[in-house]
Design a protein around this ligand. Structure first.
Ligand SMILES: Nc1ncnc2c1ncn2[C@@H]1O[C@H](COP(=O)(O)OP(=O)(O)O)[C@@H](O)[C@H]1O
Ligand SMILES: [Mg+2]
Length: 283
C-alpha cells in the first residue's frame, strides 16, 4: 500500500482564550501523520485535548502555532476551508444536536444543498449514502423518532454523501446503548474496509480500539503513546496509570497470569474464549 499522507499535523499548538484574555495551552507541539485508509483510535482522559485535536483536523479550529494539512491543503487557507470540511467529516457525541432536517432525506441533503449539488445528483447520493449506512428504508422518517444508533448512522450518511476522505467520530458512541455502539462501530469498520474511508475514532471504550491499525493515546495536550493496538494494550499497567481502561480480554489474561495461567497475547474476546476452551479441554 502506498502511504499517502492524508492528515498531517506539524508542531501544532492550540490555546483557547479565556474570558480575561488569558490563554491556556491545551495542545502542545503535536506531530502526527495519518495515512489514507487507516483506522486510527484516539484514547485519552477527559480534557486531554482529543476534541480540540479533532476540530483542528477539519478547520473548525485553526492552530495557533504549527500547520495542519488536509490532503496537502493548509487549513488556514480561508478559500479552501469548505474543501477541507468536505474532506473531513465529523460526528459528535450527542445525536440529537446533529439533526438538521425534518426527515432523514432532508437531513442527508443538508450538506449537499450547501455545496450546490444538482437535484438529480443529490437524489442519487442520498440514496447511495443511506444504503451505505443501512438506513435506506427510513428515507421519509422523522430523525427524532429514530434510535440513538440510527441517528448517528444518519449523521454518517450525511457525511458520506459529501464523498469525504476522513470520518472522525468524536465519542460518537458515548451516549448510545450497547446495540447502538455496535451498529456505529461496525459501520465505521465497514466503510473503512470497503469504501477506503480513513477513520479517526475518538473513544473512551478500549474495546472499540482493539480493531484499529493504530492507537494514539493523548495526555495533557500531548501524544503520550502512538502504536499498534497490540503494542498499546500489551502494557495494561501503563494504560491504567494514564487513567484509561484496558480491554476485557487483556484484563482477563493479565489476571490469569497472576494466577499462574499463561495465555498468548490476545486483544479480542473471541480469542480469549477460544484459548480458554482449549486450555480447559486439555486438562
Ligand atoms: N471552548 C473552550 N473554551 C475554553 N476551554 C476549552 C474549550 N473546549 C475545551 N477546553 C479545554 O481544553 C482542554 C481540552 O479539551 P478537549 O479537547 O475537549 O479534551 P477531550 O476531548 O480530550 O476531553 C480542557 O482543559 C478543556 O477544559
Ligand atoms: Mg472530547
Amino acid at each position: 500500500m502506498t502511504e499517502e499522507r492524508l492528515l498531517a499535523l506539524q508542531e501544532v499548538s492550540f490555546a483557547y482564550e479565556g474570558e480575561g484574555g488569558q490563554k491556556e495551552t491545551v495542545l502542545n507541539r503535536i506531530n502526527l501523520d495519518i495515512h489514507k485508509g487507516a483506522f486510527v483510535s484516539v484514547l485519552g482522559h477527559n480534557g486531554s485535548g482529543k476534541s480540540t485535536l479533532a476540530k483542528l483536523m477539519n478547520a473548525l479550529l485553526l492552530p495557533k502555532e504549527g500547520t495542519v494539512l488536509v490532503t496537502g491543503i493548509d487549513t488556514r487557507d480561508g478559500e479552501l476551508i469548505w474543501e477541507v470540511r468536505r474532506h473531513v467529516g465529523m460526528v459528535f457525541q450527542n445525536p440529537d444536536n446533529q439533526i438538521v432536517g425534518a426527515t432523514v432525506e432532508d437531513d442527508v441533503a443538508f450538506g449537499l444543498e450547501n455545496m450546490g449539488t444538482d437535484p438529480a445528483e443529490m437524489r442519487t447520493r442520498i440514496r447511495e449514502s443511506l444504503q451505505a449506512v443501512g438506513m435506506e428504508a427510513h428515507l421519509y422518517d422523522q430523525p427524532h423518532r429514530l434510535s440513538g444508533g440510527q441517528k448517528q448512522r444518519v449523521a454518517i450518511a450525511g457525511i458520506m454523501a459529501m464523498r469525504p476522505s476522513v470520518l472522525i467520530l468524536d465519542e460518537a458512541t458515548a451516549m448510545l446503548d450497547p446495540m447502538g455502539r455496535r451498529e456505529v462501530l461496525n459501520l465505521a469498520r465497514r466503510l473503512n474496509r470497503e469504501e477506503g474511508i480513513t477513520v479517526v475514532n475518538i473513544t473512551h471504550f478500549p474495546e472499540e480500539a482493539v480493531f484499529s491499525d493504530r492507537v494514539i493515546v493523548m495526555r495533557a495536550g500531548q501524544v503520550e503513546w502512538d502504536g499498534t493496538a497490540a503494542e498499546v494494550f500489551a502494557d495494561p499497567d501503563r494504560l491504567q496509570a494514564l487513567g484509561l481502561d484496558v480491554p476485557f480480554a487483556v484484563r482477563v489474561r493479565h489476571a490469569l497470569a497472576a494466577e499462574g495461567v499463561s495465555l498468548p497475547f490476545i486483544l479480542h474476546q473471541e480469542e480469549l474464549v477460544e484459548h480458554l476452551c482449549k486450555l480447559l479441554l486439555k486438562r
